[in-house]
Design a protein around this ligand. Structure first.
Ligand code: NAP
Length: 255
């Protein structure tokens, strides 16, 4: 794998926790300057401290990806500090437990809960891509969006989450078609069950049942997911665009 990101600039949303933090560290380890974006300033700053302690270069940016002005500012801040944007990992998102109708069937979901999920997990990714594509248009780049196994299969009682992640896969494909000419590759990753704060409660409640159906026999670590995102941004993935990669320990293969 050509993993030399020296001289490149990577932006990661949700960089203050879980998969996003692991990706920030992985980009930095390979020489990239990293814009660490999170809605919590402290979380983003903590990731930057880890990068700095390892000798890397990072900038903490506070932004809510559901807010178009904040997202424009996010890309502007990255460019003001590092001069350009080469790679973007649109990874920030919320799980089903963060909306009020969590665990309900489609017919029992409140519209406000639906709107919250779609605003962050789908509209947020589109807003990020919109700003990033504009920034990459002149020189090309690579974008990776975090979908989920819920982007390729239906997860019962996770209707809004499933719809949002199927949407991310669709957006990814359209962006790949529309921006290949500009030298911009766009892909999605579809993780299965990863041990992060987002899944802490659900894995504690029904982890055993999930494990029983997981061919690989364990949950993923965040860095295992981050590695795929970083590879997709690397020159080693120069022919890969418009794809959605399952990274799920075989979960979807069984279905
Ligand atoms: P995580 O540890 O909760 O990290 C997500 C980070 O994104 C958190 O710091 C979160 O802040 C931030 N964030 C949430 N909404 C945001 C917003 N509107 N603007 C900016 N930042 C925001 O979760 P994770 O497991 O690493 O999840 C990362 C991505 O992977 C998500 O898109 C998730 O859907 C996807 N995914 C996760 C799994 C899994 O098993 N963990 C599986 C498939 C897909 P808060 O702490 O305030 O929420």
């Amino acid at each position: 794998m050509n993993d030399d990101f020296k001289g490149r600039v990577a932006l990661v949303t949700g960089g203050g926790s879980g998969i996003g933090r692991a990706a920030c560290l992985a980009f930095a380890q390979r020489g990239a300057a990293v814009a660490v974006v999170d809605r919590h300033a402290q979380a983003a700053a903590a990731t930057c401290e880890l990068i700095a302690a390892a000798g890397g270069q990072a900038l903490a940016i506070t932004a809510d990806i559901a807010d178009e002005d904040a997202v424009s500012r996010m890309v502007a801040e990255c460019i003001a500090r590092f001069g350009k944007l080469d790679c973007a990992f649109n990874n920030a998102g919320i799980g089903g437990a963060e909306i009020e109708s969590a665990g309900r069937k489609l017919g029992d979901i409140d519209k406000s809960a639906w709107d919250k999920m779609i605003a962050i997990n789908l509209t947020g990714v589109w807003l990020c891509m919109k700003a990033e594509l504009a920034a990459m248009q002149a020189h090309g780049g690579a974008i990776v969006n975090t979908a989920s196994i819920a982007g390729v299969i239906g997860l019962s009682r996770s209707g809004p989450y499933t719809a949002s992640k199927h949407g991310v896969v669709g957006l990814t494909k359209v962006a790949a078609l529309e921006y290949s000419e500009a030298g911009i590759r766009v892909n999605a990753i579809c993780p299965g069950y990863v041990a992060t704060p987002l899944t802490q409660a659900s894995l504690a409640a029904r982890g055993d049942k999930i494990l029983a159906r997981l061919p690989i026999g364990r949950f993923a670590e965040a860095n295992e997911i981050a590695e795929l995102a970083v590879w997709l941004c690397s020159d080693s993935a120069s022919y890969v665009t418009g794809s959605a990669y399952d990274i799920d320990g075989g979960y979807v293969a069984r279905i």
